[in-house]
Design a protein around this ligand. Structure first.
Ligand code: 13P
Ligand code: SF4
Length: 323
């Protein structure tokens, strides 16, 4: 038994050493071991977003993915306790899809600038201004906003969701850059909301300019501004970017998204060299191993959604997952 424990520790530190100094990798082990024991004792699962740090994704997560894959995992798991290593809208989505389960968000203050950019009252005003026009909400919204819309989408399925509506006009909220990404790929008119992600809107075409005429493959998230998307070789969700790199294995890549993405891909594909810049999401970075341990041990950061809102907010999510 003791040998097995040492085996996982040395395998994990070997992987973590790809993205951090050896001494730092070893320092992660006590908390990782404590969280693994707490998980085993409570039957909890840990679901992480691709923007979480490698000590969380490789150390304690049972599943790591993009928003869509996280929602699908939540809908399928039977675990009584689900710890969401991500931001609040991700934990709310999990709670909506698993209403009888305990959903813990280790940093209860982990928000999102997109989710904060529109209120339920503003969605109702849009509904009145555009009678009969279907409303698609990015999952990066509050449960109260989801309760007002027709269907949800993520960056991975937004085009497919809008196409499925077969409507001449569609309202897309709250990210204006995801809306223009979709508008370029569908036949209907897209009416956008003016929200933006504080992490991705900061990228500019000047960030890419030094790599023009080089062997650097440029990938961008659809939350990046239009000119950044236009200059990239590939635009897609976090999972789509990871798949693209796994498939093509370039020597060098520039990932115009959150910094931990490159670290997580390096764990699997150490041969790809990542260029800068990348940007940090301050909300995602509120989740730490210590907070995951505290959350599991004390159960104090549970997500609660008003029952009336939850009932209405679940419908657009279920519609999305049914497609
Ligand atoms: P993905 O769904 O592509 O993982 O993106 C979520 C997100 O918050 C990006 O900023
Ligand atoms: Fe929200 Fe942007 Fe952070 Fe994603 S990266 S959680 S959209 S603030």
């Amino acid at each position: 038994m003791a040998i097995a424990i040492e085996d996982w520790k040395s395998a994990l530190t070997t992987r973590l050493e790809r993205v951090m100094p050896a001494a730092e990798a070893v320092l992660q082990l006590p908390l990782i071991e404590e969280i693994r024991e707490l998980k085993a004792r409570t039957g909890a699962v840990v679901v992480a977003h691709n923007y979480q740090v490698p000590q969380i994704t490789a150390g304690v997560a049972d599943f790591t993915g993009d928003s869509l894959a996280m929602a699908r995992y939540a809908a399928a798991t039977s675990a009584e306790t689900i710890v969401v290593c991500g931001v609040r809208f991700m934990a709310e989505t999990t709670s909506l899809l698993c209403p009888t389960r305990r959903v813990l968000l280790p940093a209860i203050d982990a928000g999102c600038s997109l989710a904060d950019s529109i209120t339920a009252a503003e969605v109702r005003a849009l509904r009145n201004a555009y009678p009969g026009v279907p409303i698609v909400a990015y999952v990066n919204t509050t449960a109260a906003v989801k309760a007002e819309v027709d269907i949800c989408c993520t960056s991975a399925n937004a085009v497919q969701i809008v196409d499925s509506l077969r409507a001449p006009k569609v309202i897309m909220l709250p990210d204006r850059f995801l809306a223009s990404f979709v508008a370029e790929r569908v036949k209907c008119e897209i009416i956008p909301w003016a929200g933006a992600c504080e992490v991705h809107e900061r990228f500019t075409a000047a960030d890419i300019a030094p790599y023009r005429n080089s062997n650097v493959v440029v990938l961008a998230h659809p939350e990046c501004p239009e000119d950044v998307q236009a200059a990239a070789h590939f635009v897609g969700s976090t999972a789509a970017m990871a798949d693209y790199l796994a498939r093509t294995q370039p020597e060098r890549a520039l990932l115009l998204t959150e910094c931990s993405m490159a670290d997580n891909i390096t764990l699997e594909h150490p041969g790809i060299r990542f260029e800068r810049p990348c940007n940090l999401c301050p909300h995602m970075k509120r989740i730490t191993l210590k907070r995951v341990r505290d959350s599991l041990r004390d159960g104090t950061t549970q997500i609660h959604i008003d029952a009336h809102i939850a009932e209405r907010a679940r419908r657009p999510l279920d519609r999305m997952l049914a497609l």
